[in-house]
Design a protein around this ligand. Structure first.
Ligand code: FES
Length: 613
């Protein structure tokens, strides 16, 4: 190594002018040179600057592995980022690569206003452009909190650089008066008990200190855990990488192995599209159903697939659901936590139990097929958290896809989390215009509502709120909660947290703010939910709906004067397209023409509506 400032001997010319490889063939720091009009000068400058940080020429000849650092003081779900970065770098160095970490936007569910979903696409753009702009042969995507993993997958899919996901891992559970507790299913349960007067201010304050036992992502099968499991099932993360909690040695070892594997991906130039094929997405959907995963994952998978030119059809999910039991007994649909899931074998145990329902011949980031990885994961052992197909937690998949004149483009319900008496229900609609109206009236003793009513909330869709908040889990009116009512049918064009459960119909498409039929519902109308018939219906004639639509006129254009918000409301798609921006979707993505209902010949026939949206 030279200490004189002269270049050290290195392949391609010791101390001489370096030849710049043609675009597309360059590797390491020679990739993607900055435009100065003189490529050799660009490389000369780049070397000078990075050597200013103490790097030697020898190191700069190695393959560069970018590592996305999403650590942030505003993101406790990523609070183990320093340990993960150190371990990934160690793994990269051991395999002969040069690790270089760089920051992108980081999003935490409780610290992003108006919603993290509003900012997911911005994070995906940041991720895509920083991967593309900077010289790296492969990239490690370190994410965890709900929107971060989807944003990273979307961005990396579009950037086209070999990528591997590493999740931060789940938090530990805490304890309150002898009861095990964890975010966020228990957060909602305790809050409900506080609202109904069952526990007092001191008790809710005390449990608040115990719900989040450590750094890491929510400790149940919420959106973060779901996306972690899906990355592993789709082969874009290492086998066994989804479930180790954030603060464990297993998590750090996975990080080290991920760094090592990233160097292999760089050598093979394995792009994300060759791993995330349609079959891989089908495996993802299958596992989503089997783990009782988050409804949000449907939106995220649709968006990631859209970046790769693949359109996911919710009808396909529904067909899979009929043949895929829920096998994992985790909250919110079951009773255990992520750390239990890890001890029970994690995703490899689920894949093993699913057997022939999984495509085994798909490639993974390890260079081997998913089937080979499943075979290598070893035999199962006695435990009651990942059940066999013969003894499931729930006989069908956790999610059901609904259609009807209230949701021509579809809606989702987590059927495994619905009390049996509400799976088939007709009730009187009690309508709230938006979240402000809901907040103003839901706890009013004068509110005309009974337990059998159907709560309807509109204007919380992708455009309406904007950002599709997780407000679809409408609170039970206080006076009914005090009477012991714990669940009601609730319908909205918004989302709910993956950690929540109940008779909640979500993602009604198209949303009310862009003219969807949800805006035509009036308090007093009868609404029918039939999960067995996959139906969500307003019992009002087409003629009357047409009259209401004419009286309302077209929906007002969304108001946004400038900046990202203006971009968002003009470009965001509906839930059935993953709420991605139109201009970010792959140009190869088959276009959807309308939300018009076309009943399938062999299925329950939802009513045809003539309106197009
Ligand atoms: Fe980050 Fe739940 S708030 S995963």
């Amino acid at each position: 190594m030279s200490t004189t400032g002269r270049p050290s001997p290195r392949p391609g010319g010791a101390g001489t002018r370096e030849t710049v490889a043609p675009a597309g063939q360059a590797s390491g720091i020679r990739r993607g040179l900055t435009s100065y009009g003189d490529a050799e000068f660009s490389l000369f400058l780049r070397r000078a600057f990075i050597k200013g940080a103490g790097y030697s020429d020898d190191v700069l000849d190695k393959p560069v592995i970018g590592i996305i650092n999403t650590g942030s003081g505003f993101n406790p779900c990523h609070g183990n980022m320093p340990a993960l970065l150190e371990a990934v770098k160690r793994g990269v160095l051991m395999a002969g690569g040069l690790p270089v970490d760089f920051p992108t936007i980081s999003l935490h569910e409780s610290f992003a206003q108006p919603t993290s979903m509003f900012l997911r696409n911005l994070m995906s753009m940041d991720t895509e452009e920083m991967i593309r702009a900077q010289p790296m042969d492969a990239v490690v995507l370190i994410g965890g909190c709900d929107k971060t993993v989807p944003a990273q997958l979307m961005g990396a899919a579009s950037a086209g650089v070999p990528a591997i996901t590493l999740v931060t891992g789940s938090m530990l559970t805490g304890g309150y008066r002898g009861q095990r507790v964890g975010a966020c299913t228990d957060c909602r349960a305790f809050w409900g008990r506080f609202r109904s007067g069952e526990i007092d201010q001191q008790q809710i304050d005390d449990v608040n200190s115990q719900l989040v036992g450590s750094v890491g992502t929510c400790s149940v099968m919420g959106t973060a855990s779901t996306m972690a499991c899906l990355t592993e099932a789709m082969g874009i993360a290492l086998p066994g990488s989804a479930s180790p909690p954030a603060v464990t040695a297993d998590r750090v070892r996975i990080a080290e192995q991920t760094g090592t594997q990233a160097v292999g991906l760089a050598a093979q130039r394995t792009d994300m599209g060759s791993i995330l094929t349609r079959k891989a997405f089908e495996n993802g959907l299958r596992v989503l159903l089997a783990i009782g995963g988050s409804t949000n994952a449907i939106i995220h998978l649709t968006a990631v697939a859209g970046r790769l030119g693949i359109r996911l059809r919710l009808e396909d999910l529904d067909r899979m659901s009929a043949a895929t039991p829920v096998l994992v007994d985790l909250k919110p649909t079951g009773k255990y936590y992520m750390e239990d899931f890890h001890r029970a074998g994690g995703v490899p145990a689920v894949l093993r139990e699913l057997g022939d329902l999984i495509h085994r011949d798909v490639p993974t980031v390890t260079g081997r097929t998913l089937g080979e990885e499943i075979d290598d994961s070893g035999p199962g052992f006695p435990q009651d958290i990942v059940r066999p197909l013969s003894n499931p937690v729930y006989p069908e998949g956790s999610l059901a896809f609904l259609r009807g004149n209230l949701a021509p483009g579809g809606a989702i319900i987590k059927q495994a989390a619905v009390p049996a008496h509400l799976l088939e229900h007709s009730g009187r609609a009690v309508v709230f215009a938006d979240t402000a109206d809901l907040a103003a009236r839901i706890d009013d003793d004068a509110l005309d509502v009974v337990a059998g009513d159907v709560l309807v909330l509109r204007n919380i869709g992708p455009v309406g709120a904007p950002g599709m908040p997780e407000a679809g889990y409408l609170p039970i009116p206080k006076k009914l909660a005090a009477q012991g009512v714990r669940d009601m049918v609730r319908i909205s064009d918004g989302r709910m947290s993956g950690t929540a459960a109940g008779a909640v119909v979500l993602h009604v498409t198209p949303e009310s703010a862009v003219g969807g039929p949800l805006r035509l519902v009036r308090t007093g109308d009868t609404i029918t939910l039939s999960v067995s018939r996959r139906l969500i219906q307003i019992e009002v004639s087409d003629e009357e709906l047409a009259r209401r639509e004419e009286a309302l006129g077209p929906p007002p254009a969304p108001v946004a004067e400038r900046g990202y918000r203006k971009l968002y409301v003009s470009e965001v798609t509906q839930a059935d397209e993953g709420c991605d921006f139109r201009f970010l979707q792959s140009t190869q993505l088959p276009r959807r023409t309308s939300h018009e209902l076309v009943p399938e010949p062999d299925q329950g026939k939802p009513p045809i509506v003539s309106r197009r949206f």
